[in-house]
Ligand binder design. Sequence first.
Ligand code: 13P
Length: 268
Amino acid sequence: MIRPMRPVVIAANWKMNTTPADAGDLATTIARRTAVPGVERVICPPFVCLAAVRDALAANDASVSVGAQDVHHELAGAYTGDTSATMLTGLATWVIVGHSERRRDHDETDERIGRKLARAVDAGIRPILCVGEQLDDRDLGQAVEVVDSQLAGALFERDRDALSRAGLVIAYEPVWAIGTGRNALGSDAAAMAEAIRATLSRLGWGPVAADVPVLYGGSVTAANIGDFLAEPSIDGALVGGASLKPDEMAGIVGRAGVTAAARLAATT
Ligand code: 13P
């Protein structure tokens, strides 16, 4: 059976940057500078900027999706300052789950991240699950084991079919590469993408594992995106710092368009 081609995805994680006053303009500028066929574009602003970005994109380029940067693991209740999946309905169609900055600053566990995944899927929101090892893990040769255990912990007892139907995306973000200017090698990221799909197979995903998009994240720029997209197992990027810069995004998405066109040509 010929399996469907995996999409090419470039997701912008703005982290704790922009304000409701300026986020819409930045999203519009990025949308205009990145109008490349075949690339799925997602912008993930802070919660308070979601409505501004949604409105700006609806008015200027509705093909760019809006994503949130987190979602709570419960649907409602006494959780001051948190945001549930139902609250995101109408604001975001994607959500980042398990980012290493949230694991670090909010003590997020794999089990809780798994519950967030379930909440997102139940609300019809497409999740990007982030995994990645610390530098010590890599130096000790344990990067694959760490990522394997993060996946197993988050996906344990989760509805595989629902996640697959929701279009689960995995972002491999080695913690030592985030915001450091020290990106992973394309070959290392590709090896991890293969390991991630092998883990999914082992967890019972079977052949569907081959359809799960795997993104790379960590100091991605217009200058280095080609190293990752040259790897057939890598399907795009989750971009932090460079995603706030329209010139960088134009270069990154432009390069992603080359990969998208090549994949399309290979299937026709
Ligand atoms: P940087 O691109 O700034 O390294 O951030 C990566 C990241 O954490 C995206 O989620």
